[in-house]
Design a protein around this ligand. Structure first.
Ligand SMILES: Cc1cc2nc3c(=O)[nH]c(=O)nc-3n(C[C@H](O)[C@H](O)[C@H](O)COP(=O)(O)O)c2cc1C
Length: 186
């Protein structure tokens, strides 16, 4: 049996009916048994401020950092806001990137997925997130892009993915990510 891998799925949306949080749930459905998959949301993270950091991690930031620390790999699910990543996600990454080159996401292998009601399915946000991940030394799954376009037609009101083609892409993505991760986690 394959060795268990701890993977954190970070949703960049705080919205109750978030397509991106739902996309992570759809990933969970097709994740292999050896994934210990923890879906993390970013409620109540204060705005990053170096003065606050100098006084110690605020409790919610500490809780987030403690949760991410054991993760061996990360899947970001990012919405696209104004052609970029939401401030909520960037702010959390700013906290997680500290201390510089020693934070709980530094050097961890990662993949990016995203869902949007638009036809372009977060492509522009994902390109920006790749740049942010690069600064954090995070190797990124190179080949597969999961752009869930027209998301409002693909999830039902309970957030369940109803589109078999997209579920199939997610299945392939999970298998590819799992294989690609092996040299990083063994
Ligand atoms: C402030 C704001 C800016 C947005 N900008 C974009 C955008 O640039 N491109 C896009 O495809 N969708 C954009 N949208 C629509 C989001 O893709 C949509 O609200 C999506 O459902 C957010 O992700 P979520 O469902 O995970 O919350 C924007 C939404 C908001 C609230």
């Amino acid at each position: 049996m394959a060795q268990s891998i701890k993977i954190a799925g970070i949703s960049g949306s705080l919205r109750k009916g978030s397509y991106n949080s739902s996309a992570l749930e759809a990933v969970r459905i097709c994740a292999p048994d050896h994934w210990n998959f923890d879906i993390v949301t970013l409620e109540d993270i204060p705005l990053f401020n170096e003065d606050v950091e100098a006084e110690g991690w605020p409790p919610r930031v500490k809780a987030l950092r403690d949760r991410l620390e054991p993760a061996e790999a990360i899947i970001f699910a990012t919405p696209e806001y104004n052609y970029s990543i939401p401030g909520v996600l960037k702010n959390a990454i700013d906290w997680l990137s500290r201390p510089e080159r020693k934070g709980p996401i530094f050097n961890k292998p990662a993949a990016i997925i995203g869902a949007s009601p638009s036809m372009i399915g977060t492509a522009r946000a994902q390109a920006h997130l790749r740049q942010v991940a690069f600064y954090n030394g995070m190797p990124l799954l190179p080949t597969t892009e999961i752009l869930i376009a027209n998301a409002d037609d693909k999830f039902d009101k309970e957030g369940r993915l109803q589109d078999n083609e997209t579920q199939g892409y997610l299945q392939e993505f999970v298998e590819e990510f799992d294989n690609w991760l092996k040299p990083y986690v063994s």
